[in-house]
Design a protein around this ligand. Structure first.
Ligand code: GDP
Ligand code: GDP
Length: 455
């Protein structure tokens, strides 16, 4: 089974990697023969050289660097998507699903001459589940006279059907304007590198854990005085902070420095602000005050970062106040409260004295490496094959759910899609996650595993 998947050129990281210039990945999906290749060639500005006239001829998913009206993006051509196929065929159909998982936005192509089909409707269902923005293209509307054919596709509930002729170029520009607009919108949340090329860090934790002290310690006393003043009069600002010789972009430093957050009623405000900072960041430095018992609020901040899929480094601050009592309490907490994040690195430091703050940059770098990491499909499947052989899934109702294959659908954080013949129990998913971590690392980054059932 693996062979088939691995042969797909598009699965290689080099192909799928989105460069800094590109606004994101746009996948073209639709059933066979609706004109996807013709459209892709039209967008790439080539003559339709590789169009297959034989229906159902399967192609590998291929991605291209594309440009439209000054916007660079990654364009992914998918093989034909057919519902109700089995065995190896289903693996091929799954490629289109994987392409969708990988994409930031989708163009669904339907055939205006054939009209709405049941397969189109099934594809729409799959797209809905993916949550990706979809632009609908009704192809083969070669002239104004057949324009009316597009109307019935309103029924799909995807908004306006954009009538195009991929063959003649009619309407393709307008379609791309809409599709790229949806791509630009998703880019804001998916977060590539900042224009400055610096990694984005959120410094978070409940009030009084020592965020502003740590920031001041990192920035150095002179500059922080200036920025304190600025912070009181300006809007939220991000700041380039040099940590142990390396520059990072710290998000919303004005929010960290504001002292009035300790006033009553400011808690709601400060938690919203924390959420916003985490959302915009790639990595969260989650601070704890070791001299105090860990509170629900501490854990909530940590969960917010993990649930948002960010890389994290746990910072145990005020280590200068450490004594035997504190140490024992912390060891207990480590087992009970932090078992969810045993994969995270922990840096013990003192923001006050600066002790061990030089350990932060390395932990941050390593966590972001994990967050960016991509495991090639061949390697992943070979490994999961071994893992499954060592510990097959327990029998359920006389049947044994089996993993057919898997792929890493995305990075930041690493997200794996496993195709299996049946439901995989929670415990088994945990086993898979543990095995993946043991084999491939991922220290400092959450990883997500979703299971796709193919009966
Ligand atoms: P794919 O399987 O979805 O990639 O479809 P292709 O791009 O291979 O096109 C399938 C068939 O539809 C080919 O014979 C194309 O020449 C034809 N076709 C594609 N676009 C148009 C179009 O805009 N108008 C017409 N009339 N035919 C088209
Ligand atoms: P923030 O609300 O998270 O920004 O916390 P602050 O930086 O304002 O720190 C709250 C209090 O903890 C202040 O009185 C700091 O001086 C103190 N503090 C911060 N870091 C340390 C540390 O490493 N050791 C000790 N002993 N006190 C600290």
């Amino acid at each position: 089974d693996d062979e088939l998947l691995v042969s797909g050129r598009g699965f290689d990281a080099a192909d799928d990697a989105v460069s800094a210039r590109q606004v994101g990945v746009l996948a073209v999906v639709g059933r066979p023969n609706v004109g996807k290749s013709t459209l892709v060639n039209r967008i790439l500005g080539r003559r339709a050289a590789v169009v297959e006239d034989t229906p159902g001829v399967t192609r590998d998913r291929v991605s291209y660097d594309a440009e439209w009206a000054g916007t660079d993006f990654k364009l992914v051509d998918t093989g034909g998507w057919e519902a109700d196929v089995e065995g190896i065929e289903s693996a091929i159909a799954s490629q289109a699903e994987i392409a969708v998982q990988l994409a930031d936005a989708v163009v669904l192509v339907v055939d205006g001459l054939v009209g709405l089909t049941a397969t189109d409707e099934r594809i729409v269902k799959m797209l809905r589940a993916s949550g990706k923005p979809v632009t609908l293209a009704v192809n083969k509307i070669d002239d104004g006279a057949s324009e009316y054919l597009a109307a019935e596709f309103w029924k799909l509930g995807l908004g306006e059907p954009h009538s195009i002729s991929a063959m003649h170029g009619r309407g393709v520009g307008d379609l791309l304007d809409v599709a790229l607009e949806s791509l630009r919108k998703t880019e804001k949340t998916s977060g590539l590198l900042t224009p400055t090329g610096l990694r984005r860090i959120a410094l978070v934790g409940r009030p009084n854990v020592g965020k502003s002290s740590l920031l001041n310690q990192l920035v150095g006393s002179e500059r922080s005085v200036v920025n304190d003043l600025a912070g009181t009069t300006r809007d939220p600002v991000d700041e380039v902070v040099n940590v142990d010789g390396e520059d990072w972009l710290f998000i919303d430093t004005a929010g960290i420095k504001r002292r009035q957050h300790k006033l009553s009623g400011a808690e709601y405000y400060s938690s919203l602000r924390t959420q916003a900072a985490i959302e915009r960041s790639e990595l969260a430095l989650v601070l704890f005050d070791v001299s105090q018992p860990i509170s629900d609020q501490d854990l909530k901040v940590m969960s917010t970062a993990v649930d948002a899929g960010k890389a994290i480094v746990l910072v145990f601050n005020k280590w200068d106040l450490m004594d035997e009592f504190v140490r024992q309490r912390l060891e207990r907490l480590w087992i009970t409260e932090f078992n969810r994040v045993t994969w995270a690195q922990r840096v013990n430091l003192s923001a006050k004295t600066g002790w061990h703050t030089n350990r932060l940059s390395r932990a941050m770098r390593e966590a972001l490496e994990s967050w960016d990491k991509r495991i090639p499909t061949g390697k992943l499947n070979a490994f999961l094959g071994k893992v499954q052989a060592a510990h097959p899934h327990p029998l359920r109702g006389g049947k044994q759910p089996r993993i057919l294959f898997a792929t890493q659908a995305s990075t930041r954080p690493p997200r794996f899609v496993i195709f299996a013949t049946g439901f995989l129990e929670h415990g088994y998913r945990r086993y898979l996650e543990r095995s993946l971590r043991d084999e491939f690392g991922f220290e400092g980054s959450p990883i997500q595993i979703s299971v796709n059932i193919r009966e």
